[in-house]
Design a protein around this ligand. Structure first.
Ligand code: ADP
Ligand code: ZN
Length: 444
């Protein structure tokens, strides 16, 4: 079902006109209200914006702009008009703080209701919401989106896996929302307790907040007996609900571009890239009141496609996020994203989606080692718990995994195996896939 058909299926010409009108209003709004934009957009008049193509001439806004004006310096409304504050942890230092007016929260609920509807949710269903509640936008975002669509929301939050399993068995929810890594944790926990996927009531899963792959999707769909869709967002733009797949195609995430105008630009030059080419996603919020952003540089790598979709939505689709530009490892000159490693490992049935990449540096050379858990079946068929490389089958599997990684990615990564259950699992939130020892070694 489509939650707001009048906007989600608007003919693209009309959509472009709506975006241009909103963009003109936005430029006037931020120049009047936000000191940073008053200065940076001093030469731009709202009247200069004839179409959304004129965005390309404007400067980017970056995470550092939010950090430099911490906590409330980018707000376009007096602090008293805020009704909610969220913050994202980022990787280092201060939080990135975002604020919402009542109208912003209404928008936040609507785009999450759109996402839940696109993912299979319908009024009357029960939503098990295992996204973290708190400063993180995921929990409350899906919470209000669920209520808006007319679902009964169980605000479980992340963590306490035993209790999650019990609530899923007892309440019999139709829909689950959480990170893909946590969905996998839950699927594995059910399997360990010999609860089969078809005994579970779950039908749909809305998963996001971290990069994942099609191979991972197959594992989760099979493990929980669900049809899972990918939902994307970031706190600065609003939180979850910036874009979401539809269950009809599950191929690309429809961007709520009547509200958040996407661009894809070259990571080095910042020049806009043609449709279909991969680059950094940039968003301009068209209607937000408290924290409007012009050309916000997300660092996330994806491409756009406006091909028609079976669901009837006309909203442009973005590809799965390959990773953040920051997550890209440069191994002996080759660019490597953890999602590429994940997709390759999961082509081998002996390996599981429980993996991590440990990066270190010798001199100026980066060295990456992939640790991955083997499947229980592999161990059982081998007839031993040992993963010693002296065993022929272990040696053979390692060779196969390393060759495949070299073929797919173009550089050699060393593979080591762990027994099932030995590597860290998601305990509710985003799972850190890369352990970077380089910074520590430089300081040592
Ligand atoms: P933090 O920066 O602390 O992680 P956010 O919760 O705002 O804070 O995270 C937003 C980021 O999470 C996005 O910029 C993107 O890198 C990642 N992300 C969110 N949803 C997805 C998704 N479906 N696929 C891949 N990455 C995602
Ligand atoms: Zn669609």
């Amino acid at each position: 079902m489509i939650f707001e058909p009048e906007l989600e299926t608007l003919p693209r010409e009309q959509l472009r006109d709506l975006q241009a009108d909103r963009l003109r209003a936005l430029i006037g709004y931020v120049r009047e209200r936000v000191p940073l934009y008053r200065e940076r957009l001093a030469d731009v008049e709202a009247g200069d914006i004839a179409s959304i193509d004129d965005l390309a001439g404007l400067p980017f806004t970056r995470k550092d702009d939010l950090r430099d004006t911490y906590p409330f310096g980018m707000l376009a409304v007096p602090r008293e008009e805020l009704v909610r504050i969220h913050a994202s942890s980022g990787t280092t230092g201060k939080l990135t703080v975002v604020g919402y007016t009542a109208a912003d929260l209404d928008l936040f609920a609507r785009v999450n209701a759109r996402s839940l509807a696109a993912a299979g949710g319908k009024p009357g269903m029960l939503l098990h919401n295992a996204y973290g509640y708190g400063l993180f936008t995921g929990g409350l975002g899906l919470h209000y989106g669920g209520e808006r669509l007319g679902l009964a929301v169980v605000p479980v939050s992340g963590g306490l896996t035993e209790r999650q399993l019990m609530l899923i068995e007892d309440f019999r929810p139709d829909v689950i929302a959480c990170t893909p890594s946590y969905a996998l944790t839950l699927a594995q926990a059910f399997r360990e307790r010999a609860v089969a996927p078809d005994e579970l009531s779950l039908r749909y899963a809305l998963l996001g907040a971290e990069p994942w792959t099609e191979a991972m999707r197959s594992e989760i769909d099979a493990g929980l007996g669900v049809v899972s869709t990918n939902i994307y967002g970031l706190s600065e733009v609003i939180g979850p609900g910036v874009s979401c797949e539809c269950m009809e195609e599950r191929a690309g995430l429809h961007v709520n571009e009547d509200q958040f105008l996407p661009e894809v630009v070259d990571p080095d030059s910042g020049e806009p890239l043609p449709e279909g080419e991969e680059g950094v996603l940039v968003f301009t919020t068209l209607t937000k009141e408290a924290l409007p952003l012009v050309r916000y540089w997300t660092g996330d790598i994806a491409s756009l496609s406006s091909l028609p979709c079976a669901c009837g939505r006309t909203l442009v689709r973005m590809s799965r996020i390959k990773g953040r530009a920051d997550d890209m490892l440069i191994i002996r000159g080759v660019n490597v994203y953890p999602t590429q490693v994940e997709a390759t490992l999961l082509e081998l049935s002996e390996l599981t989606p429980n993996y991590r990449i440990v990066v270190s540096r010798t001199g100026t050379l980066d060295h990456a080692e992939v640790e991955v858990e083997v499947s229980e079946t592999f161990l059982r068929e081998a007839g031993t718990d040992s993963l010693s490389d002296e065993l022929a089958h272990v040696h053979e599997l390692r060779g196969r995994a390393e060759n495949r990684l070299r073929d797919r990615i173009g550089c050699s990564l060393q593979v080591t195996f762990a027994a099932p259950g030995m590597l860290p699992r998601s305990e509710g939130g985003k799972l850190e896939r890369v352990i970077d020892r380089r910074a520590a070694e430089v300081n040592a």
